[in-house]
Design a protein around this ligand. Structure first.
Ligand SMILES: [Fe+2]
Ligand SMILES: [Fe+2]
Length: 176
């Protein structure tokens, strides 16, 4: 039997819409990297992360009814795909730096939801978001370690762009 949908406040529905859009984008980042037929080490990294992001997405899908999801999902899929595909064309270090930039953003995004007082009314969802954030922190740390040295100037500009793009995506996905 399907789990009965919980009545979500307007705030929480908007936040979960942005989370569901973000986890969709995350899944497609790894599909974008994998489309470039990466070397075994990077491929393994992507497959592991992809499995976690698919799990996050499945749990978000269970929380957020279809009619409440972002109407821009095709755009989030494409944006995610390109966020993985483009750096992968420049090599594995670019991918690790990109993942670190994305996960830095995602950690802060989940954090602002977790500390919001309204979330205390939804203890089960809060628990989930805390667990997701923990996974994203692990992803960020793993990618940062694999990248080794900090980003050079071109990669740093790209990572800034990824952060700014994620910010805009969240703002839009909260609304539509
Ligand atoms: Fe995730
Ligand atoms: Fe992640």
């Amino acid at each position: 039997m399907a789990v009965a949908a919980i009545a979500l406040s307007t705030w929480l529905e908007a936040e979960l819409r942005s989370d569901q859009a973000g986890e969709t984008g995350a899944v497609w980042i790894y599909r974008g990297v994998l489309a470039t037929r990466p070397d075994p080490a990077l491929r393994q990294f992507c497959l592991q992360h992809l499995a976690t992001e698919q799990q996050h997405l499945a749990e978000m899908n269970a929380l957020l009814p279809k009619q409440a999801r972002s109407v821009l999902l095709p755009i989030w899929r494409l944006a995610g795909f390109l966020t993985g595909f483009l750096p992968a064309c420049f090599g594995e270090r670019s991918v690790y730096l990109t993942v670190a930039a994305v996960e830095t953003f995602v950690q802060a995004h989940y954090q602002q939801q977790i500390v919001h007082a309204e979330l205390n009314q939804y203890p089960d969802i809060k628990k989930k978001l805390v667990a997701f954030m923990q996974d994203e922190i692990e992803h960020k740390d793993e990618a940062t370690n694999l990248a080794g040295e900090p980003a050079g100037s071109v990669a740093a500009r790209w990572c800034e762009l990824v952060g700014a793009g994620s910010e805009i995506a969240v703002k839009l996905a909260r609304r539509v």
